[in-house]
Design a protein around this ligand. Structure first.
Ligand SMILES: C[S@@+](CC[C@H](N)C(=O)[O-])C[C@H]1O[C@@H](n2cnc3c(N)ncnc32)[C@H](O)[C@@H]1O
Length: 272
């Protein structure tokens, strides 16, 4: 366990936010359109990147051979309508719907997500991402390894979590979320009291929330938010980071952070 060397809270307290989702992907915020919500700002945790789609990713997004992996490919761009239960997605798979279930939020290009799913074939894994080249690449890797315990969703995790039942998921993992380094962007950080209320609602009692970051300010911000969150217990004891668990593979953003000389901080919390 890693001790918190700071003797007092080094971060600014997270301000209240509106966690509703929006429809315009190009904007981070917009005015809500209902007359009652006229002055509410709606905040998202991501900025969609327009990056190159490689051939394999494109193939996986279009070839019926990979269609089983991407749950909402046919609904269009990030449309989550009709997804109200992650367990039913595995009803016809060897593990079935009752197997332990992990949800990974923001898997990026999916390498570490697929590595974890391949290493634990009796656990079901659902990954959600908004970045289409990553969704394609992840589906391609799942398909070429013929994994039967993986499903991928295109869309905003906050919106998805709001649609899911309570006490539904065994583990939720969020690895190297966008750190939103500027103070005016802190409200977009995924780990906030409002978003954690949405996350913990769908976690089972005794379930895990596991996150990691290479951005020191965000690490202490997360520790502050999560240690003070009613209903979660820090597995390493309040004020402490977790040792890096063996089962978490190196992610692309982790590698990039290490190359830049950053540290890495893991946090694991159990739902009471
Ligand atoms: C900094 S990247 C980290 C990717 C990967 N986990 C890694 O460690 O290499 C964060 C990812 O989270 C995704 N993301 C952010 N907010 C999200 C949300 N609300 N729903 C789904 N994906 C989200 C972004 O699109 C981005 O790909």
């Amino acid at each position: 366990m890693t001790q918190n060397p700071h003797t007092e809270n080094p971060i600014d307290s997270p301000a209240p936010i509106n966690t509703d989702t929006q429809t315009d992907d190009k904007l981070l915020t917009h005015q809500a359109d209902s007359p009652n919500d006229k002055h509410k700002r709606i905040v998202k945790t991501f900025m969609k990147r327009r990056t190159h789609m490689n051939k394999n990713a494109e193939l996986a997004l279009t070839d019926p051979e990979f269609a089983d992996y991407i749950v909402n490919n046919s609904f269009g761009d990030g449309d989550l309508k009709g997804i109200h239960d992650l367990r039913v997605l595995f009803a016809n798979s060897p593990n079935g719907s009752d197997a332990p279930l992990t949800l990974e939020i923001g898997f990026g290009l999916g390498d570490s997500f697929i590595e974890m799913a391949a290493a634990e074939p009796t656990r079901n894994f659902v990954g959600i991402e908004v970045h289409e080249p990553g969704i394609g690449k992840c589906a391609y890797m799942a398909g070429t390894q013929a994994l039967s315990n993986v499903k991928i969703i295109n869309g905003d995790a906050i919106q998805l979590l709001k649609q899911l039942p309570e006490n539904h998921i065994d583990r939720i993992q969020l690895y190297f979320p966008d750190p939103w380094q500027k103070k005016r962007h802190y409200k977009r950080r995924f780990v906030s009291p409002e978003r954690m209320a949405i996350v913990t609602r769908s976690l089972k009692t005794g379930g895990w929330f596991h996150t990691a970051t290479d951005w020191e300010h965000y690490a202490f911000w997360m520790l502050d938010v999560l240690d003070h969150f009613d209903g979660l217990t820090n597995q390493s004891g309040a004020g402490n980071f977790a040792d890096r668990p063996d089962f978490r593979p190196m992610t692309k953003f982790e590698r990039r952070g290490l190359d830049r000389g950053h540290g890495v901080w893991d946090l694991i919390y159990i739902k009471d």
